[in-house]
Design a protein around this ligand. Structure first.
Ligand code: EPZ
Length: 417
């Protein structure tokens, strides 16, 4: 099951429903710890990162059950004493447990959330912000210990709109004493979803959807039912799959209102879009068009998580495209794999590549090294003539419920092996 085989060169045709958002679900699952009651998180994606978060929540005493329409978490019996012994092995995607557990238990011991192939992924912004709220950090035998006798509200200003740091401040602030003002907060839709969940639980948060959040802490929080919004990055992945391979597809439930920059680029690359409240209909009549410059940016700019998909499509475009990555320092690892399929890509420096579009790509054996680069290789396989085998697919399953099933529903010849 760790490889995916694609017979490319087939235009896509069909309809696919977009799964719930990984990056919205993970902080909301962490936030359930703050209520001490049961919450039903509906439309929760069944992906590896969620399964890992579920085992972490169970490991600290939560009762967690999958139901027909979502995930039920009972956080009434979190045993904070376990935390000393039961270190929370922290993957990057569960870093948001930091703020939630400090809010609930006042302390956490965890391994450093290591970097990954797309970058160092430091946590200095998280630490700096939480320190202002009274959290003390120390290293002990390579682990990060965080403790707070009392969490206090603070006036915090983030020098960069870090998604994770924003989430951790919100999670710590809702139970802190007093008011927290967070300036320079990230604007990603996942932050809005997290704040909406917490407000449904009884939290007092103002400025949701803006860069200035005001959180009045100390409110008792209650369990609630909450639907995870559709995944804008999964929708964008399938959208670029159609732009690259050609055809016409309907992306049911796609959160088009969160995808302005993505839809704008898709049209510049030749897609014809029709938006409805049910989703996005996209037609791609011919070869993708080259785009002079594609630059990633914090929301509402073009999302870094779709940069690799745009790169794969640009590889087949009718001219030169320049792609600039401004969020992560090493998010072009997929270039070497795309070159094995015939792509002509010049790396100008760590943050920019120049893509010379070619008339056709050919199938090859390629390796996924991280989540979104892996998904981009599947997209490239759809566009290429012949057979492509993508290995290292465990990375892809971290964020996509079933990328093979989804692309098969769009008429692609894709099997997992
Ligand atoms: C979240 O990561 C997402 N992950 C990422 O999606 C996404 O690419 C990223 O936001 C940007 O949108 C989840 O939501 C689980 P950041 P996060 O803090 O929170 C630097 C995917 O494919 N930084 O906004 O880690 C950092 O190194 C993943 O689904 C610091 O320097 O992103 C990076 O260069 C990949 N110090 C930049 O900021 C810090 O303390 C953006 O990081 C924190 C971050």
């Amino acid at each position: 099951m760790d490889s995916i085989r694609i017979q490319g060169g087939v235009a896509l045709q069909g309809k696919v429903r977009i799964q719930g958002s990984k990056n919205a679900a993970l902080p909301i699952l962490a936030a359930t710890l703050l209520t001490g009651e049961s919450s039903l998180i509906k439309n929760c994606p069944r992906i590896a990162d969620v399964y890992a978060m579920v085992s972490l929540l169970k490991g600290i005493g939560c009762t967690v059950n999958w139901q027909e329409n979502g995930l039920c978490i009972d956080a009434s019996s979190v045993n904070c004493e376990e935390l000393g012994a039961e270190a929370v092995t922290c993957m990057r995607s569960s870093l948001c447990l930091l703020g939630a557990l400090i809010g609930r238990c006042g302390r956490i011991s965890m391994e450093h959330p290591g970097g990954c192939v797309i970058g160092q992924r430091p946590i200095d912004l998280h630490i700096g912000a939480l320190r202002q709220m009274g959290v003390e950090f120390r290293e002990e035998e390579g682990r990060l210990m965080a403790e707070a006798d009392k969490l206090c509200g603070a006036h915090i200003s983030l020098p960069f709109p870090s998604v994770g740091a924003t989430e951790n401040v919100v999670l710590a602030a809702v139970l802190a004493e007093g008011e927290t003002v967070l300036e320079g907060a990230a604007l990603e839709p996942e932050i809005t979803a997290l704040c909406q969940y917490l407000k449904n639980c009884g939290a007092e948060i103002e400025g949701v959807g803006t860069g200035r959040l005001v959180i009045r802490g100390g409110r008792r929080l209650y369990g609630t039912d909450f639907p995870v919004p559709a995944d804008r990055i999964v929708a964008g992945t399938y959208l670029f799959g159609c732009i690259g391979a050609g055809g016409s597809v309907f992306l049911e439930d796609a959160p088009w209102e969160e995808m302005g920059a993505v839809l704008e680029l898709a049209e510049r690359m030749g897609g014809r879009l029709c938006i409805s409240k049910e989703g996005i209909y996209v037609q791609a009549p011919g070869r993708p068009r080259a785009v002079e410059c594609i630059e990633t940016a914090p929301y509402p700019g073009f999302p870094t998580d779709l940069q690799s998909m745009a790169l794969a499509v640009a590889a087949l475009a009718d001219g030169e495209s320049r792609i600039k990555e401004t969020i992560f320092e090493n998010r072009f690892r997929v270039v070497e794999e795309l070159r094995r399929m015939g792509a002509q890509i010049e790396e100008q420096d760590g943050s920019m590549v120049l893509v010379h579009g070619v008339k056709s790509l050919h199938g090859a054996s390629v390796e996924a090294r991280e989540l979104r680069g892996g998904a981009a290789l599947v997209v490239a396989g759809l566009m290429a003539q012949g057979e492509t085998t993508v290995t290292g697919c465990k990375f892809i399953y971290r964020g996509y419920e079933n990328i093979c099933r989804d692309f098969r529903e769009l008429g692609a010849r894709v099997t997992s092996a």
